[in-house]
Design a protein around this ligand. Structure first.
Ligand SMILES: [Cu+2]
Length: 196
């Protein structure tokens, strides 16, 4: 009994990073309607979470991909669902996603693809509807945040240390900055993104 208790206590001590901090701030987007759809992420952490990632859905509704921007951790399977009466044909021209082409399938069904290349930014298109477009970003770790129209972000629980923080937008010039996460508390980083 005592052994079990010690094991459980040890597990919690080991599982929790000793120190962790927060990166937060605001991204202002110039030349687009608002600041939604920006992905702010820590490029690399030494010990990324290797647990199996739950599949996530990219739906097709009223001839749009939902969500329009989907950041995921490497190894995540994306289930491409069709909620429309019409047929779509989902594909990407990007090599880092093996130029996957899922073909067409009826309403209510899904076809899946697992993204395995870190750093891959894959544009998702439809062969039938040229206006349809979405983005999948394949990241090394789960320390990322996707903004809504206000452009504020907050990434919590990052182990203390120095990192490269990256900021991505589909149409604007991306940025990166070196950042030091303190052992306690938070660090602020604000960005203004402009057209390429
Ligand atoms: Cu389509």
């Amino acid at each position: 009994m005592r052994y079990v208790v010690i094991c459980i206590i040890s597990f919690f001590i080991i599982a929790q990073p000793l120190y962790s901090g927060v990166i937060k701030g605001t991204v202002a987007c110039k030349g687009v309607r608002d600041s939604r759809g920006v992905v702010v992420y820590v490029e690399k952490v030494d010990e990324p979470d290797t647990t199996t990632k739950a599949p996530t859905i990219m739906d097709q509704v009223n001839l749009e991909f939902l969500p329009h921007v989907l950041p995921i951790v490497k190894g995540t399977t994306v289930d491409f669902k069709n909620s429309d009466d019409v047929l779509h044909n989902v594909f990407t021209p990007d090599k880092c996603a093996e130029k996957m082409n899922l073909g067409t399938w009826p309403k209510g069904e899904m076809r899946s693809y697992t993204f395995n290349e870190i750093g891959c930014v894959s544009v998702i298109l439809c062969n039938v509807h040229p206006e349809m477009e979405a983005w999948v970003l394949v990241l090394q770790n789960s320390y990322f945040f996707k903004t809504d129209k206000a452009g504020t972000y907050e990434i919590k629980g990052i182990p203390a240390g120095k990192y490269i923080l990256k900021v991505w937008h589909e149409r604007l010039k991306n940025q990166s900055v070196e950042i030091e996460v303190p052992a306690e508390g938070e660090v602020e980083a604000n960005f203004t993104l402009k057209r390429r």
